[in-house]
Design a protein around this ligand. Structure first.
Ligand SMILES: Nc1ncnc2c1ncn2[C@@H]1O[C@H](COP(=O)(O)OP(=O)(O)OP(=O)(O)O)[C@@H](O)[C@H]1O
Length: 216
């Protein structure tokens, strides 16, 4: 299989509160690759993710998506990216099924049926949320809320998953389940770019590490 370069980042610089978090940062993320972004608290991991995902203005440097400058076709890039940050994008007033329905409507996910609600229930059962499908997400535990957010990994067709601390509040079994899902994403030619303060517990061949240092 021919491997494409999904994302290429060139000379990105980020300054926050007069502190340079990173300067002229460049890296590449090929297809079917998992890359872990490491660094101490405050090093700039979330800042980098937010810049890459377009939430924060890119002041210096370039992003290329399949070789094309993202600024020339940001729409395509964003449609092929799934970003789950600290704020997980779950509407906590809605229940888990309603959240999944909403993501389906807004992203056109086709992995589960729009007409048959049993697909949603099966997915939530797989995530250990049996019996919790119909209550507002705000009434779930922190780890259960995170599991609802991560349900998108089971229905997303995005080529790149950018996940900021996806394991937060997730128990050991959940961490294993998630990593199995990462493997499926890699097997179908997608990539995973994640931050985590803990090492991955599953073996990933060619795991790439990108480290940010804390600069004063
Ligand atoms: N919107 C903002 N305005 C000003 N400063 C910010 C902003 N966002 C982040 N910072 C600062 O940038 C620095 C890096 O923050 P960031 O959240 O990127 O770190 P991190 O590596 O993700 O940390 P952690 O491991 O704690 O999640 C911090 O010192 C923070 O105070």
């Amino acid at each position: 299989m021919r491997v494409f370069l999904l994302l290429k980042v060139e000379n990105i610089t980020c300054i926050r509160q007069d502190r340079c978090l990173f300067e002229n940062l460049s890296f590449e993320l090929p297809q079917s690759t998992i890359m872990q972004l490491e660094g101490p608290n405050g090093a700039g991991k979330t800042s980098l993710f937010r810049i890459l995902a377009g939430f924060t203005r890119l002041e210096q440097g370039k992003r290329f998506w399949f070789g094309k400058n993202v600024v020339d076709d940001e729409e395509t890039f964003l449609s092929e990216l799934l970003y789950i940050g600290h704020k997980t994008g779950v509407n906590t007033q809605l229940n888990a099924v309603e959240n999944i329905r909403f993501w389906q409507e807004t992203h056109g996910y086709t992995h589960i049926s729009k007409n048959d609600v049993s697909d949603c229930y099966d997915l939530l059962a797989n995530l250990g949320l049996v019996g919790l499908e119909d209550i507002p997400v705000r009434m779930l535990s922190a780890g259960q809320q995170r599991r609802v957010a991560l349900a998108r990994l089971w229905i997303s067709e995005a080529k790149l998953w950018m996940l900021d601390e996806p394991f937060t509040a997730v128990d050991k079994k959940g961490v294993t389940l998630l990593q199995e899902q990462f493997k499926k994403q890699l097997a179908r030619g997608g990539s995973v770019f994640l931050t985590s303060h803990q090492d991955l517990t599953e073996h990933f061949e060619d795991l790439k590490i990108l480290s940010l240092e804390y600069k004063i």
